[in-house]
Design a protein around this ligand. Sequence first.
Ligand code: ARG
Length: 572
Amino acid sequence: MNSTYDVLLDRLQVAFERIAPGSDPVLRHSDRGDYQANGVMGVAKRLGRPPREVAEELVSALEIADIAEVEIAGPGFLNLTLTTHFLERQLRQVLQDPRMGVASTAHPKKVVIDYSAPNVAKEMHVGHLRSTVIGDALARMYRFAGHQVIARNHVGDWGTNFGMLIEHLIDLGEHAAMASLSIGDLDSFYRAARAKFDSDDEFKERSRTRVVSLQAGDPETRRLWAILVDESVAYFAEVYAKLDVTLAPEDVVGESYYNDMLSDVVADLDRAGLLVDSGGALCVFPPGFTNRDGDPMPVMVQKSDEGYGYATTDLAAVRDRVRTLGADEILYVVGAPQGQHLEMIYAVARMAGWLPDSVRVEHVAFGNVLGPDRKMFKSRSGETVKLVGLLDEAIERADVALASRQSDLSQAERQHLATQIARAAVKYADLSTERQRDYIFDLDRMIAFEGDTGPYLQYAHARLRSIFRRLGTLWEPTDVHFALASAPERDVALGVLAFPEAFASALAGLQPHRLCVYLFDLAQRFTTFYEACPVLSVEPPLRDERLALCEVTARTLSLGLSLLGIEAPDRM
Ligand code: ARG
């Protein structure tokens, strides 16, 4: 089906085309009419004519009477009020459309999304939570739009730290080490290794030698390294399962995957004449990047000890993603502080010819998670807060909230529901703030059933579903007549029909929060409707109309939440 917005836009475009070819009607939602076209001023300016006159000419050229009433407002805005006839036509189509009016893209792209990317033998922190939750929402949205998503979990599984980590593993004994890692005790493992490295010269020396063996591919060292990686990745998988994210084991393509490509990367850069020797290290200086003192800044591709680092790996990754995977678009869902690093990587990759202009690269940056004191979120003892611990606490709180309600849920059902609510609380709190901004981690607020929260939206959906349960019989939406006689009914209808443009805007801006804003608004429209309009106690055909509005609202909420990675249980 064609979305309501697209139908309107098509009609407007015909008239705008006639008067000023190539112009944009700038169609937006409006508080006054249902929509407004703000493009008249631009056209008037282009033609050098008074806006009011242009507006009148546009209105007479518009063939739109069957779908909207048009009114010229102010200096030349076009206010559009949709006809009931058109709303009914659209609602009937949406009733039959599982995609709720969102068309699949006509130009499917291959989109690589780099997200989550925790580090081996280190606890996932709240920054990784943000990357995981935002990245997963974008992955779901892109897939729904009809694109092919290749998730890349760029796990930090390489580097000089691994010397000390492997030596610590040997000291502990493989079994004890595995036991500690498999229960997710990553931070104490890491800290213990670090402490020995800093205080024990013999250990430090062993660690150094071990890094050399690791880089040389010594089989025993590799085997020990693989234990660290496998145990950590298995632990990450548990966190993903608990969060219900779509990341799969095969999406883990850690930094080490690129090892064999690094020398080629440097050779390519050398052939392109881009390498500069800087105190024994090989660097590329992409133009336009300077430090505070105005000096050009390097991307170091090979250290003076001939080793490679984070940047070289990222260069290899871009090259591989374009050349081997055939990416049309690459998204990096990485914290804001890595913005400059990424910009420099793109710049070098472009200079080397690995990143053609036709490939879109985007840093999906996000802000910090703060504690109640507005400082970086840390546990009381000053350590990074353990992600699973937060989720478990959220599950516990949801369970307590559920237990205080009268319900016939079994213990197992309640536990499952509590998990669904907790995930919704944590994910929605993260996704509903504009991602570049910081937010305060406040479980009480996040898990409340009232306000702009995940559980509130789930609850709105469950209430809708309960209406159908109380109906007692199976309801089939055939031949529903939409009179939309009252404002709350009309507002719900308009809300549901606006889903495609909310989705499109969230996707185009890589801003899941726009979808959150939309869903919260829809839930509020429903609440107003439900308070004003009895559903089950009225007679058909009004009852069928209202049931149909409930049905499309429930489905839109459920679909919208699913695109954010949030489940919509039928009862709560
Ligand atoms: N492992 C890194 C970290 O924890 C994030 C990696 C992001 N992805 C990338 N391609 N650099 O900060």
